[in-house]
Ligand binder design. Structure first.
Ligand code: SF4
Ligand code: SF4
Length: 318
């Protein structure tokens, strides 16, 4: 059998295993430098200070723009997407979290699945060397998902999978073997600008341009210290994250609840009512969010957000 045919068979087998492991999509791209259009856009984003306090985004630039510096001899990037869209009860006027935050910490879930996929690749391609990543390395994940044909980057800066929406965690295997590569998808946003109009703070100030300094997702999760009053006034009812630019996207009409049980909303979270949140103790917080990504905001951050929402004026933002 020709090498090319065998490579195509191996690629199909890896994709089939990814789906068997519960990933919703899998695509493959050659490990090369990031193209100049996307590399320059990323540099400009940093120069304009739109990463806010996420200084780590500016670190390891060479690696971020060339994954071959992350993994010796890297030849291929296998990109995967895992659905996190939560099945939530009808809105009862209570507080909400970002869609992705109702279940177990995605880093753990993704890591387990990615390592299982890497193990499979090693049985298929003996001697292969590679690494698994999910939000854990300087890698432009959405760019590689696009290059691998999973979807396109919408005007809201999210990776959109046609017929499925944007509620997906992204992860990658970077391996030192060639595979059969996918073709990037075309942009299907058309004339739509719903996400831009839905953004309450102007953080999404132009198509594909997100200023984290004004983004409620950044301010409620990553940011330490007071939330600026002009942003705090728009938090409620979301006490962790935002998602309005995803909720507005017509492609998310296709979103279906996540199949992965570890990502299902925790019943204890769904049982929380506004008064429960407003008197959340450090112990409640530890119990509710054990093994959850919400730990990122810390108790002080989450209760700061709740105070902003409960006053609903943005004045009490510290
Ligand atoms: S997450 Fe919210 S604040 Fe941030 S860009 Fe989207 S709509 Fe705007
Ligand atoms: S809301 Fe419209 S413009 Fe924004 S990402 Fe979705 S399809 Fe694209």
């Amino acid at each position: 059998m020709m090498n090319e045919e065998l490579t195509a068979i191996h690629t199909r087998q890896i994709k089939a295993e990814a789906l068997r492991l519960g990933f919703s999509a899998c695509g493959v791209s050659p490990a090369t430098a990031v193209d100049s259009l996307h590399g320059d856009a990323f540099r400009q984003w940093l120069e304009e200070g739109h990463q806010a306090g996420m200084d780590y985004m500016a670190r390891h630039m060479e690696k971020r723009l060339d994954p071959r510096l992350l993994v010796d001899g890297a030849q291929s990037i296998v990109s995967v997407a895992l659905n996190y869209y939560p099945a939530l009860p009808p809105d009862d006027g209570g507080y909400r979290l970002a869609w992705y935050a109702y279940g177990e910490d995605y880093h753990t879930v993704m890591k387990d699945k990615l390592h299982a996929l890497l193990h499979y690749v090693a049985t298929l391609l003996p001697g292969v060397s590679g690494r698994a990543f999910c939000d854990t390395a300087p890698l432009l994940e959405r760019y590689w998902a696009w290059r691998g044909g999973l979807g396109w980057t919408g005007r809201n800066t999210q990776l959109i999978i046609p017929g499925a929406g944007s509620a997906f965690f992204l992860g990658e295997l970077v391996i030192d073997r060639p595979l059969a590569y996918d073709t990037p998808q075309r942009d299907r946003c058309g004339n739509c600008t719903r996400c831009l109009r839905a953004c309450p703070t102007g953080a999404l100030h132009a198509p594909h341009r997100l200023d984290a300094r004004r983004c409620l997702s950044y301010l409620t999760i990553e940011h330490r210290g007071p939330i600026p009053p002009e942003a705090a006034a728009h938090l409620s009812p979301c006490i962790y994250g935002c998602d309005r630019c995803q909720e507005a996207c017509p492609w998310n009409r296709f979103a279906r609840p996540a199949g992965e049980p570890r990502l299902h909303p925790r019943p204890a979270l769904l049982a929380m009512r506004r008064p429960d949140w407003e008197k959340l103790s450090p112990e409640d917080y530890r119990t509710l969010f054990k093994g959850s990504a919400v730990k990122r905001a810390k108790y002080e951050g989450l209760t700061r957000n709740i105070r902003c929402c409960s006053t609903d004026t943005g004045k009490e933002s510290s």
